[in-house]
Design a protein around this ligand. Structure first.
Ligand code: AMP
Length: 304
């Protein structure tokens, strides 16, 4: 990294990994970014970090001269009655993990810093936010878009790293970047799962052992969909029905949506094909879980 401020000099010039800097103020974060002449990577998170977050961080460390991880539980992307207050938090553990990895800056603004009184602006990406999570979480994409745009403006990253578990979120961010001509290269990483197939999520913390067993039905449903498509079944309705059966067999599950859709527009399909997206949102106990896969080697229809 080549920053004008020598507190952030290249790591290889020192024998010890430099201390990670924790920044809470927006102006200090902007000043740090301005002082950096090397490439900056940003990994936006809501904290309670797990292996998938850390894989994104490692990708940024590998690809960029300096890495900033933001840790902010963004109130505007939660609707009333959702789990904003109870969202799991472990600031000290997160900080220690990131410091060990060699992250340069942990950006941890508080709500007042991000949304000072008088804040009035909405950011709305249309169309791609209408279906799936946008249909069931009315505030989610507006809140997410505004916070991501703010983070991009504050940190000024060259590259930003997101996970494909939040596939629709990723498409919304790509649309935002394209439409507003933002100079950020959006990179993504595949879904990271536990050994039993459950996609990692900070919200898995809410699951008791029985609920965790029930939650495995999401990945089993996706697996069944892949097998059906590979065996030549291309009726989206048959695939949705089979996934529904698999999930409903498990106690404590409540399906929010099962979608077989175009991976960019999220329009529901009648017939699947290579590249079709299967996306699920299911409540298990107190946890709202999402998962998805893109169909590969579907023996049918045209690719997306
Ligand atoms: P969050 O802290 O939940 O807002 O997530 C921060 C980033 O980590 C987002 O880009 C997520 O898509 C990504 N992420 C979370 N869980 C996973 C996972 N299991 N696999 C891949 N990416 C993930």
């Amino acid at each position: 990294m080549t920053c004008r401020d020598n507190r952030f000099g290249p790591r290889e010039m020192k024998n010890l990994a430099p201390e990670m800097k924790t920044i809470q103020s927006v102006s200090e974060m902007k000043e740090w970014s301005r002082s950096c002449s090397g490439s900056v990577g940003l990994v936006p998170t809501m904290g309670y970090l797990h292996r998938a977050h850390l894989d994104l961080v490692q990708k940024s460390l590998d690809a960029c001269d300096a890495t900033t991880v933001s840790l902010f539980v963004n109130p505007t992307q939660f609707s009333p009655g959702e789990d904003f207050e109870n969202y799991p938090r472990d600031w000290d553990g997160d900080r220690a993990r990131l410091e060990t990895m060699g992250v340069d800056v942990l950006f941890m603004p508080d709500t007042e810093a991000m949304y000072p009184s008088g804040f009035k602006t909405n950011v709305e990406v249309q169309e791609v936010t209408r279906r799936l999570c946008g249909a069931t979480r009315p505030d989610y994409f507006k809140g997410m878009a505004v916070v991501v745009l703010k983070l991009f403006n504050i940190v000024r990253p060259d590259k930003a790293f997101f996970g494909e578990k939040d596939w629709q979120q990723l498409q919304v961010i790509k649309t935002l970047v394209r439409d507003l001509n933002l100079d950020v290269d959006v990179q993504s990483l595949p879904i990271v799962r536990d050994a039993d197939g459950l996609a990692l999520s900070s919200r898995n913390e809410y699951l008791n052992p029985d609920e965790r067993r029930s939650a495995l039905a999401l990945n089993r449903g996706l697996q069944a969909a892949r097998e059906m498509a590979a065996s030549g079944i291309f009726s989206a309705r048959s695939i949705r029905d089979r996934i529904r059966e698999i999930i409903e067999e498990e106690p404590g599950t409540e399906i929010e949506f099962i979608s077989v859709c175009d991976p960019e527009s999220f329009v529901e399909l009648d017939e699947t094909g290579d590249g079709a997206l299967i996306a699920l949102a299911v409540r298990v106990g107190k946890a709202r879980l999402i998962d998805n896969c893109l169909l590969e080697n579907a023996k049918c229809k045209s690719p997306f």
